[in-house]
Design a protein around this ligand. Structure first.
Ligand code: FAD
Length: 321
């Protein structure tokens, strides 16, 4: 059954985040040959809209409005509902990001629709569109199909491969005017914390430190390793609670959920709450001086040793490649 599927392209400083292209790929599967319509909100985002077409969307709707420059639950809900009213889609795909986690349930509630959240795979099987999602903190996976109504899902970043970028692909970019009103909260200014390097949630390589790193300075060798690998630095809650680093770096059940190609856990014991945030990483390397540490149970490669010796050695070796 072919469907019309809309995909929200998520912008940051008017550029699209990678998860938007992954969402287009997921939408293509859900559409089963039907139309994929990209949607972008913000100010001066028409160029970003075209990128969705280059990654496979058939056409794009942009809602340009000063009130949509920053995400707000009310503003984005109004804008997305206006697009849905116009398009009557049979499918909606968003990234399972902070934005998607807030927006998707609101819109599903307004539509009286179900929602499959945090999908890590989508495929056509036996005449159904089947979504796979982790449950019990990543210890098991469930498969879900939608039996009636809109196929509405959010997808976890870094799990679904985007289609090849093709700048020769063309499609309509339509502008839709939406009167955004009665906002209950208005963002006046965004003060960004000076974060270094790559965005943790989209990083392909993460070097994470735990309580074994012992101090804020102890994170320096991890930063150097992350730099040579073009990756980001993350942390366990143990390290955040001990004030070695900011909570923005926390990975786990109550932190960020990440699925990089390579996760290097340094001085992290592997508590279940930490594993919930990283156990789906493609390759896991654990460095821990305790050979019995739980982290080794999920690791593809384990190094039993002192991280302050092992990490600088790894950095030197990788630099020399
Ligand atoms: P520890 O458990 O103390 O482990 C430190 C490790 O470092 C040890 O294995 C030790 O052998 C090793 N080590 C020490 N020195 C060295 C060295 N020089 N070289 C190599 N290895 C060394 N935790 C999270 O991470 N994320 C979450 O989101 C999260 N959410 C939680 C939610 C709830 C409701 C609860 C109750 C807990 C949560 N936790 C979370 C906390 C979790 O249970 C653990 O306490 C925490 O993950 C432990 O952090 P850690 O592994 O850094 O520290």
């Amino acid at each position: 059954m072919s469907r019309k599927v809309i995909v929200l392209g998520e912008t940051r400083d008017s550029s699209l985040r990678n998860v938007s292209f992954e969402a287009v790929a997921a939408a293509k599967t859900v559409a089963e040959g039907g139309e994929v319509v990209g949607v972008v909100f913000g100010e001066a985002v028409a160029e970003a809209g075209k990128e969705l077409i280059h990654y496979g969307a058939d056409r794009v709707i942009v809602v340009e409005n000063e009130q949509l420059k920053q995400y707000s639950s009310d503003g984005y809900t109004q804008a997305l509902m206006a697009v849905i009213d116009q398009e009557n889609p049979e499918g909606i795909i968003l990234g399972h990001t902070s934005l998607g986690k807030d927006l998707a349930p609101r819109v599903a509630g307004k539509l009286g629709s179900g929602l499959i959240s945090d999908a890590i795979a989508v495929e056509e099987a036996g005449g159904n569109i089947v979504f796979t999602r982790p449950i019990y903190s990543g210890k098991a996976f469930e498969k879900r199909i939608v039996t009636e109504g809109i196929v509405f899902a959010t997808i976890r970043p870094n799990n679904i491969d985007p289609l090849e970028h093709d700048a020769s692909r063309s499609g309509d970019v339509q502008s839709l005017s939406v009167d955004i009103k009665d906002l209950r909260t208005v963002i006046k200014e965004v003060l960004r914390k000076a974060t270094e390097g790559v965005d943790l949630s989209e990083a392909k390589v993460i070097v994470a430190g735990g309580r074994g790193v012992k101090s804020a300075e102890g994170f320096e060798p991890l930063k150097e390793l992350a730099d040579v690998l073009g990756g980001a630095v993350g942390a366990s809650r143990g390290a955040c609670d001990a004030d070695y680093c900011d909570y923005a770096l926390q990975i786990g059940q109550t932190g960020k959920v990440v699925t990089p190609d390579l996760y290097i856990a340094c001085g992290i014991s592997g508590a279940i709450q930490h594993l919930a945030g990283m156990s789906n990483s493609k390759v896991i390397v654990a460095i821990n001086k305790d050979p019995e540490a739980n982290i080794f149970k999920v690791a593809d490669y384990g190094i039993v040793g002192d991280l302050f010796e092992v990490v600088p050695l790894l950095t030197e070796e990788i630099k020399a490649l």
